[in-house]
Design a protein around this ligand. Sequence first.
Ligand SMILES: Cc1cc2nc3c(=O)[nH]c(=O)nc-3n(C[C@H](O)[C@H](O)[C@H](O)COP(=O)(O)O)c2cc1C
Length: 158
Amino acid sequence: MRILIVYMTHHGTTEKVVEKLMELMGKSVTDVVNLEHDSIPDLSRYGTIIIGGSIHVGQIQLGIKQFCRDYKQELLNKKLGLFICYMNKEQGMQEFENAFPGELRSHARAAGLFGGEFLFEKMNFMERFIIRMVANEKKSRSAINYPAIAKFAASFVV
Ligand SMILES: Cc1cc2nc3c(=O)[nH]c(=O)nc-3n(C[C@H](O)[C@H](O)[C@H](O)COP(=O)(O)O)c2cc1C
């Protein structure tokens, strides 16, 4: 059966991660839905569903939370993978737990904490201010954990 990846992104890092996952899991068997502008397909066509988003001010995108709430029963009958992109190393596990409901986390075959990027050129004035003041970061920086992505993808290859 096919694989569906459902995601949201602010500055494109989660999309980059999704492209890597597609490459690893097989582009020809994988469909992708960005909840910001794509409609949700019939989930019965998929045996595996991966859901991911990014953490901003402690929270994953509301659309991801809503999708998990609305489709919880269907998701509990799939091979499920959940992941976040984030930059606060100390808070990663806490942010992951806060991002997805406990039932889905317990059911998931893989949990991905994939790191992320600070992309100052894509931030607005307020975002730059927050990152400079709160995270004490001054320059764009990439810290995507590619080995973690590969390990996550491998757990769906039977
Ligand atoms: C305004 C802003 C707030 C952020 N807040 C958090 C946060 O609370 N915790 C965290 O771990 N990372 C935080 N990040 C880092 C993002 O999770 C990281 O930049 C991620 O790669 C963004 O992915 P995206 O481009 O797919 O949205 C923040 C980034 C920005 C720009």
